[in-house]
Each structure stands twice: as C-alpha cells, then as structure tokens.
Write a new protein. Structure first.
Length: 265
C-alpha cells in the first residue's frame, strides 16, 4: 500500500521503505522518517544481538544520507522521562524522549503500536523524538518534552511543530475497566472524555473500552501552547496496517519495531 497523501510521502529508496511528513520536508536541514517493516527493517535488539538493528540503521542512514554511527537511541521503558542529547557517545537508560539542538545527531525511538512524536522548532533549531505508549500518554510525556524544549532552549510553543507517527488508533486500542478508569480520571478535565473513551464490546461478560490516545496527545500539546495547525497526524493505525508496520497487538511476541528518526544536518 502507498501511504502518500496530503500529509505524508511514502518513499522506497533501494528497498528501504518509510514515510515522511510533508510539513517537516519544508525544512531542508531536517532529516526524518518513520520506517515500514518491508525489506527486513526492524529497529530492535534481539536476545542481546545488535546485528539486525545495525543493518537496519545502515539501510535507513543510507536512504536519508547520514552516518548511522550518529544515531542515538534510548533504552525505552514507558517512562515520562525526556533528556537532552549533546553528543553521540551518550547512553540513555529508562528514557522515552530525546531532544537536541546539535547538528548531525540523529535521534531514534522505536514502537510497535505506541505513538511516536516528532518535534521541530525552526526558530531555535531544536528537534525532539518521543515514544509515547499508553503509559507515557497517561503521564503526558509529549507535554513534558515541550516543556523541556522551552526550559532548555527557549523555544516558543507557537513555533513548535509536532508530527504524530503511525500508532494504534481508537479502533484497536481496546482495554479493560482498570486502564479505562486511569484515563477517565486523568483526562476528565478536558471535557472531551466521551470522545476519548468509547464503550466497546463485551468479552465473556467483561466490558471492553476503546481509548483515543491520539486525541489525548493533541489536546495536551495544545494545552502546552502548540497551535492546532502545527499538530499533524499521520492518521495511520498500525494494527489496521500490520502488513506494512510492526504491530504488537497483531504479532504479539513476534513483533518487531518501527523506527522514528529525526535530526538536523
């Protein structure tokens, strides 16, 4: 399937397939992509073996024309922690978001249904890459990333662009009452809870609920001062399109990882 539309461009360079946001492509100094699973692209360490990860890094770096050795990827653990990257030698453990104002550092986060958030401030020349799973969304990691961009680099939220990568959408993010209650308690104040949470099917007499984490991210980013027109949604569900993207809900333990890459030349 070709995902090219008014928001996205779907590219295939030497067999490496990825999508890019038209908005970010307006800035020639910014390189970014969200990878597809085609051509064995899997941004994941398997059993301690980094060979497949490195090969995928090389394919992406070649397609975007940068050095794969300049990729910085955190060890993600569904936290709300965001850190600033100053050089490629740094290691980041239990971190789910990275920010840099340095050229030739390429940030990478991974996901398989979780939300990837690409941030860019062209005025301050700052990029950020955030992994926001449901736990991160509940903890408002996207908002915390913006707040750190403001604090560390003097960014004006009105200048910040956020592109929301493919992720599990409301149609497939089905949860039990315990998780639903967490979202209800946290986001009741928005006045949009009936849009965020929808009563779903019953499974063995147990009520299921569907959660719209994309809407939540849009709302909390607007709270932080981002302009609605600067929040751009890929509008792709990774479960609906699990033939093109790695999806944990679809593939369970066999699932690989998609990569969200962003950096400045």
């Amino acid at each position: 399937m070709d995902f090219t539309n008014d928001v996205l461009i779907h590219k295939n360079i030497n067999g490496t397939e990825f999508i890019q946001f038209r908005k970010l492509l307006e800035f020639p100094n910014v390189k970014h992509c969200y990878t597809l699973r085609k051509n064995e692209i899997n941004i994941q360490v398997k059993g301690g073996d980094k060979a497949e990860l490195i090969e995928s890094y090389k394919k992406v770096a070649e397609a975007l024309n940068f050095d794969y050795k300049n990729i910085v990827k955190p060890h993600q653990t569904h936290t709300d922690k965001v850190e600033v990257v100053s050089n490629v030698e740094e290691e980041f453990n239990e971190i789910d978001g990275l920010i840099t104002n340095k050229k030739d550092i390429f940030l990478c986060t991974t996901s398989a249904d979780c939300t990837s958030l690409f941030f860019y401030d062209d005025n301050r020349k700052v990029v950020a890459d955030v992994h926001s799973g449901w736990k991160g969304t509940l903890q408002k990691i996207g908002k915390k990333a913006v707040e750190k961009m403001i604090k560390e680099f003097g960014c004006n939220p009105k200048d910040i662009i956020c592109c929301i990568g493919p992720c599990i959408k409301k149609c497939h993010f089905e949860v039990d009452e315990d998780v639903m209650s967490k979202f209800q308690n946290e986001f009741e104040y928005t006045g949009r809870i009936t849009e965020i949470i929808e009563k779903g099917r019953k499974v063995e007499e147990k009520q299921k609920y569907n959660i719209d984490t994309t809407l939540i991210n849009k709302l909390i980013l607007q709270e932080t001062g981002l302009l609605p027109e600067n929040i751009i949604d890929s509008d792709i569900c990774t479960v609906c399109h699990s033939d093109s993207f790695h999806s944990y809900r679809a593939d369970k333990e066999e699932s690989g990882r998609n990569g969200a890459f962003i950096g400045m030349k």
